[in-house]
Each structure stands twice: as structure tokens, then as C-alpha cells.
Design a protein around this ligand. Structure first.
Ligand code: ZN
Length: 404
């Protein structure tokens, strides 16, 4: 089989961006959003952000699904979530990049931004960003999307080329195994919602505990794709793992489901054919992250594909399965497990061809007992402990050692 050390990446361009994300997070907020309000009349739906100060904003439309996206500087956002109303299906907001935040408005149908403007404080009201949406025809909507896309393209002229897949340099002998931990969702993408818990916060808390325990062993180099409440595109999470030349990638999530009695942990590895309908639906849901955050897929470079990737993938898949089995063994008795605990599906975040990768759903935020225990430190410690044991077992095995 191919030596895993012989495979690698040349991702400088993208990695620079990745570094900006993982790097300096000491950014201050430009302003605080005190409130978000919706006002509906027969003709229009008005969205108002009450702000502590004047801010610059950039507004554009995206299709499939139809969204209005508002880019803003880093803002402190409120906890409350306005209910759907008028032409607004759903509102999401949060940190988008290190210096940008984003408001994504899911539209109920084709809409038009009739007006968008800042209002100075008056009669006891603070600075306000006002966005008026009105109904439009599908054709009007589509032509505005095309116009916005063209404007964006000419504004950032850098053409993103597909990333070449090249052999990576030989790792030095005796170097510590590298583990990249990925707290799912973040920033403008909250993930699944429980009664109290938001997936993005649960995954971050658990990931921090796991990183702490792994580092305490002194045996591993541990990196996080995010260590704050920020959105990271799925492909970038994969690129961070490859940039660090990771030996193992663990993506942490928590699920939500209509049937509130369903509970327990599950673990997923990559496969083009899903092991069952539920796994396929879950992958579809998790893959929505970029859409939720308002990413325009028309501007994404295509996925790379070549024969080197196929070779690497086969070995990587076997190792991923091996690690998943260890997790199931070690977690048994420590927490409830979903039946058929290890499943397969096409998760985009597991697509690094040369990094063994798993996605763990810690439990269900829609189940009261699961939600409660996911929020307790003692449970986080215990389950993180089971994962450390699995990592130890994984790297102890001669098969993995031989590949390093
Ligand atoms: Zn998730």
C-alpha cells in the first residue's frame, strides 16, 4: 500500500486564508447589536438592527435557496432570535470571518431589497440599519443574483484555481502524531438547537476538553479548527487538517431530531453510499453548513480529483473505520450509544483524502437527558477520556505506526 508520508498538499493560497481564521482572534467588535426587529406590512417586510454605532454594510442576494446576505464588520449579536414573519423565513447571524460578521435572511420566495440604509439616533432610538424587502418575480430575483455575483467577482479579482494534490515531504522520525479537532458549526451557523443548548457552543466546549486531555498525555500535537464562536467553511476545516499534516481528524457535533425520545452517541466515517437513510439525511443536514452561512457555491473551485487521491483514500478509509471501532468500544458503558453506532455517509468535512477522519455526534440536543448531560462538565470529561483511550489505541497499533 502507498506510504501515507508520500502524499500531500500544496495549499498555500487557501492556507493563508485558513491561518487568518485560526490565527489572530483578538479582534474587537465594531459595535453591539442591541436588538433585531421585524415589521410586516402588506407591501413589505422591514428588518431593523438596533446598533450602538454607525456601521458599513454590504447587501447581496444568493439563490438555491433564496437568501439575502448582509455583510457587516465584527458585531456583538444578541441572544434572542426573531420569529419568522412576512417575507422572512429565518434569520441567522454571527461571526463570519475574523473581521466580518454576517446576517443571512432566508426569504420565503423571490424578493427584492427595496431599500437599505442607516438611520442616525433620534427620539430615543439608537443607530439603526434598515432593510426593506418586497416581493419580486423569479426572473427579477435571478437577474439580481447574477448582477451581485458579477459585482463580487470583479471586486475580488483573484481567481481561485483548483488545488493540486502533490506528495508531501517525509515527516521527521519520532515526531508526535498530529491530531486536528474540529468543533462543528460556529458563528453565523448555530447548528442544531436544543431547549437551551446550541450545537456550536456544545461542540466547542467538548472540543476544548478533549484537546486539554490529549495535550495532557504529552504524546500528541493537537490543533483546533476553531477556538471561538466563528464560522469556518467545511472545505477549510479539511484544509486545516491537511495543512497541519494531521494523522487524525475528529469532527465533533450534536444532533437534533423530531422524535424527542431518540438519544445516544454515534460516529460516522466517509462513504459515497450511506449505510442507511438516517445517516444520509444527517450528512445532508451537516453539509448544509456553508449554505446556512451564505456561501456562494458558484464561486467555489471544483473539488480536486485524481488518481493519487483515490490511492490515498482507500488506506485512509480503512484507518478511519479502525478508529471509529475503537471509539465505539471505549465509549460503551461511558454514555448511551445509538444502535448501529458506527455508520457511513458522504460528509463533506471528512473528505481529506490522506487524513483518517471521523465525525462524532455526541448525542441529541432534542432529547432532554442527552441535552442535560452534554452540558455537564463531568460527562464531557468522561466521554473525552474515552476518546483519548481510543486515540491511544489507534496510534499504538503497528499498522498506523508503520504509516508514519
Ligand atoms: Zn452538526
Amino acid at each position: 500500500m502507498t506510504n501515507m508520508n508520500g502524499l500531500s498538499v500544496n495549499l498555500r493560497g487557501l492556507l493563508l486564508v485558513a491561518l487568518l481564521f485560526v490565527g489572530n482572534f483578538a479582534s474587537a467588535f465594531a459595535a453591539t447589536v442591541k436588538d433585531i426587529r421585524l415589521g410586516v406590512t402588506k407591501e413589505r417586510t422591514r428588518i431593523v438592527l438596533d446598533l450602538q454605532s454607525d456601521v458599513d454594510f454590504d447587501i447581496f442576494l444568493l439563490d438555491s435557496p433564496r437568501r439575502v446576505v448582509v455583510d457587516l464588520p465584527s458585531l456583538e449579536w444578541p441572544e434572542n432570535q426573531p420569529k419568522e414573519a412576512g417575507l422572512v423565513q429565518k434569520l441567522r447571524f454571527g461571526q463570519f470571518t475574523a473581521d466580518k460578521s454576517r446576517l443571512v435572511i432566508d426569504a420565503k420566495g423571490p424578493v427584492k431589497v427595496a431599500k437599505s440604509f442607516m438611520l442616525p439616533p433620534s427620539s430615543g432610538l439608537p443607530h439603526r440599519l434598515v432593510i426593506d424587502l418586497v416581493k419580486a418575480s423569479s426572473t427579477e430575483f435571478a437577474s439580481q443574483v447574477a448582477k451581485d455575483r458579477a459585482a463580487k467577482r470583479s471586486a475580488n479579482k483573484t481567481v481561485k484555481a483548483p488545488v493540486p494534490f502533490a506528495p508531501k515531504p517525509q515527516r521527521r522520525a519520532n515526531s508526535k502524531p498530529v491530531i486536528v479537532l474540529d468543533a462543528g458549526h460556529g458563528g453565523v451557523d448555530p447548528g442544531a438547537l436544543g431547549r437551551k443548548a446550541r450545537e456550536k457552543s456544545v461542540t466547542l466546549a467538548f472540543t476544548r476538553e478533549l484537546a486539554k486531555q490529549l495535550r495532557a498525555t504529552g504524546k500528541y500535537k493537537v490543533y483546533l479548527t476553531r477556538n471561538r464562536d466563528i464560522y469556518i467553511p467545511l472545505r477549510q476545516r479539511v484544509n486545516i487538517a491537511r495543512k497541519h499534516d494531521a494523522d487524525l481528524f475528529i469532527s465533533i457535533h450534536a444532533d437534533a431530531i423530531k422524535r424527542k425520545n431518540v438519544r445516544g452517541m454515534s460516529i460516522y466515517t466517509l462513504s459515497e453510499t450511506a449505510s442507511d437513510k438516517e445517516a444520509a439525511a444527517l450528512a445532508k443536514k451537516e453539509n448544509q453548513s456553508d449554505i446556512i452561512a451564505g456561501i456562494d457555491f458558484a464561486d467555489q473551485p471544483p473539488e480536486v480529483a485524481n488518481i493519487l487521491i483515490d490511492l490515498a483514500q482507500r488506506e485512509t478509509k480503512n484507518l478511519s473505520v479502525k478508529f471509529a471501532n475503537l471509539v465505539v468500544d471505549n465509549a460503551r458503558g461511558k454514555t448511551q450509544l445509538l444502535d448501529r453506532t458506527h455508520r457511513f455517509a458522504g460528509f463533506r468535512v471528512l473528505k481529506a483524502p490522506d487524513v483518517p477522519s471521523v465525525l462524532i455526534e455526541l448525542g441529541f440536543l432534542t432529547n432532554r437527558s442527552d441535552e442535560k448531560q452534554l452540558l455537564t462538565t463531568s460527562w464531557q470529561r468522561k466521554v473525552a477520556g474515552a476518546l483519548v483511550k481510543s486515540v491511544d489505541g489507534f496510534f499504538r497499533s503497528s499498522r498506523v505506526a508503520a504509516l508514519r
